[in-house]
Design a binder for this molecule. Sequence first.
Ligand SMILES: Nc1nc2c(c(=O)[nH]1)N[C@H]1C(S)=C(S)[C@@H](COP(=O)(O)OP(=O)(O)OC[C@H]3O[C@@H](n4cnc5c(=O)[nH]c(N)nc54)[C@H](O)[C@@H]3O)O[C@H]1N2
Ligand SMILES: Nc1nc2c(c(=O)[nH]1)N[C@H]1C(S)=C(S)[C@@H](COP(=O)(O)OP(=O)(O)OC[C@H]3O[C@@H](n4cnc5c(=O)[nH]c(N)nc54)[C@H](O)[C@@H]3O)O[C@H]1N2
Ligand SMILES: [Mo]
Length: 745
Amino acid sequence: MSNDNNVKEPDVKIVRTTSAFDCGGRCPLRLHVKDGIIIRIETDDYEVKEEQLRACLRCRALRQYVYHPKRLKFPLKRDGPKGSGKFKRISWDEALSEIAKKLKEVKEIYGNSSIFLVLGGGYQAAYHDGMLAMMRLLTQFGGYSTHYGNVSSEGAVYATQAMYKSPFVGHSRDDLLNSNLIIMWGWDPARMISGTDTIFNLIKAKEKGIKIVSIDPRYTDSAVILADQWIPIVPGTDVAMMVAMAYVIIKENLHDQAFLDKYTVGFEKFKAYVLGEEDGIPKTPTWAEKITTVPAKIITDLAIEYGKTKPAALMDCQGPARSAVGELYNRAAITLTAMTGNIGVHGGSAAGGLMGIPYGHMFFRAGIPPPRRNPVEEGLKSVRGSLDLNLRFQARCHTNKIFDAILKGKKGGYPFDVKFAWFVNNNFLNQLGNANKSAKALKQLDYMVISELWLTPTAKYADIILPVSSITERNDLTRPWPSGPYFTIANKAIEPLGECKSDLRIVEELADKLDITEFVKYPDEESSLKFMLKMTEDTRREIKNFKKFKEEGIHRVKLEEPHVAFKKEIEDLENHPFGTPSGKIEIYSQRIADLNDPDNPPISKYLERWEGRYDPLSKKYPLQMISPHPKSRVHSEMYLIEWLKEVDPHVAWINPVDAEVRDIKDGDEILVFNERGKLTIKAWLTERIIPGVISIFEGAWYDLDENGIDRGGCVNTLTMDAYSPGGASALKSCLVEIKKFKGGA
Ligand SMILES: Nc1nc2c(c(=O)[nH]1)N[C@H]1C(S)=C(S)[C@@H](COP(=O)(O)OP(=O)(O)OC[C@H]3O[C@@H](n4cnc5c(=O)[nH]c(N)nc54)[C@H](O)[C@@H]3O)O[C@H]1N2
Ligand SMILES: Nc1nc2c(c(=O)[nH]1)N[C@H]1C(S)=C(S)[C@@H](COP(=O)(O)OP(=O)(O)OC[C@H]3O[C@@H](n4cnc5c(=O)[nH]c(N)nc54)[C@H](O)[C@@H]3O)O[C@H]1N2
Ligand SMILES: [Mo]
């Protein structure tokens, strides 16, 4: 396979590994290591060129990340007011002893529920990152409080749980080539990767002449390179367009009644809503045009095309669902795929937010290593909104309410008072709604520990910071989450920098200080990985030769044909019913109906809740702000890397129409503001975004000046710490105003 032996420099070792960034791509990398230092990075050289998984700009800048002068290398203790960023170096022994003492104190005085574990947002990319390790440690210490609702994808999780009961709604990407129409509905894989093999397969699809449509308020990179048609839409109004498409499909008799009869429940109720029998409003394209600004003719034409073209892949995503009623967008998309019989067939799509195919998710399917039960949650049931995800949510706060819970505790109706918080795998001050409020909460918090590679805006508020090794400094399993099918493994290429340790090592040492004698320790990282691989059936079946897997850094699963979600169910429903209570796809969900919440209807409907275009607040703050994920970073990770800043400077996308009335010119420094905060950023005037909407990529580091203005341009200075009935973090429902920034307050 490789030509590793042909390396010209004999003292250069090539380590095959993968990155573990949260873009979900998992790219085989060849790290050239000389004298213990990574001197060069190359990407996949798989002999089957068509199947190479080539890395993008971020992995190619991995050396800049690993060796960045600002990497944390020693344990730090706060040496100034919280948030000041002033720290002094201490030893590991001092750091862990102080943490252990604090933990014991809090446990004794307030009980375990006052220990709050704030877990990764997106960064759950590797088995040995801090999440599972910390859960295991604190479980054995008597339990902890935590949060529910994945900040990333809870809208999609809720939609798929409600309608399919399985989150594995994806096809392998080569199946896109079997499609005859691909609709990228709020999906921009050229930027956000969505699986390393995605864009390559989309380019092949385009070359094959498959029509590709993009529906997005922005003319995205993917639309630029792939789309035959760009349909700009007002953010938050997708369901109106989807419902109007359903109207046309029903009127034209293009729906697949046989499929609906056999595989779904509740279509009649959805139909009654669509036709206006329920509320007197037929959901015609003209009705939808007023809401979405998409011309009725374009809606009609696309509906007819989607209804007639078999198979067709409607690719929705997670981003648009991260809004006030986000799950309804994924639910409407699933409804359309069911109406057109595109589920379970090659070239189709089950929609549902691109949650991927099973393989890469191995360590989630295997569950948390024992002990599994967190004593603080014992005996408690899940709360509304969670459906039956089988987690004990009553003891938790919602993820987008983490800082509100820290501020208000039990007096504010939360199930716990936080006295000790451990942040791991996240930069949540930066990444959750309402950063100014989050900063206030962290100032007030009694005691905080974070394990990090960087002095992030969140880490600045910690009492103790523990420096963590990067993925190049440890052995690990990594997780390609949106696509595959392949398994990846990270191989240690270099020794940890400075005094950095892996999260796994940290919990093992802390377990000793906490006198948890029965804590399971692995003699080395490899034996922990072997244990993990044994825990799921497909890894047992596939990875027979661990040594080979390690050497190659990847195990490619050879499928006889592309993976298709729900193929078994569609081919043989009797023996393979869906996991829902009815055993079918639930267009109407009785479980949701039972919750009796008008904002959480049992069928997907177009609703507006807050801070959408038609909110009365738009008189004061007339611009909708969206915050997609940055090309040059993974959220806030890699923020400090100058190479990447150069590739894609941090600017606000503004339509010239909105700029002109405010006398804003291209390149002007502007103030973006609402009741929650103010930030400054450079304006980029472009027709690649529709009027009435501005776009600022998430992840720039929050940096408050003396006037309370965020000069870092962190978009969450403006967003809300709220969530949808299904549990989506509503970060995309946000109204703002802008003006030229003239300095001062
Ligand atoms: N406005 C707005 N906000 C958003 C979004 C949006 O669309 N709009 N998107 C949301 C989404 S989808 C997500 S997933 C979240 C992401 O939110 P976060 O997960 O908070 O974002 P990251 O910047 O990836 O932060 C991960 C942190 O983990 C650290 N880290 C990396 N590797 C390790 C490790 O091995 N161990 C430890 N201990 N730490 C490590 C990194 O240095 C980094 O600081 O952001 C959300 N925030
Ligand atoms: N480079 C890079 N890649 C990443 C990440 C990253 O930080 N950097 N993060 C990763 C993570 S954690 C996630 S969850 C994924 C998924 O990423 P997502 O959260 O799905 O991606 P977003 O960029 O937020 O949104 C996708 C598209 O939706 C559009 N959009 C926003 N609002 C609306 C709307 O109301 N309607 C419609 N039709 N479109 C809308 C945006 O303009 C954008 O082009 O990306 C992953 N990939
Ligand atoms: Mo995410």
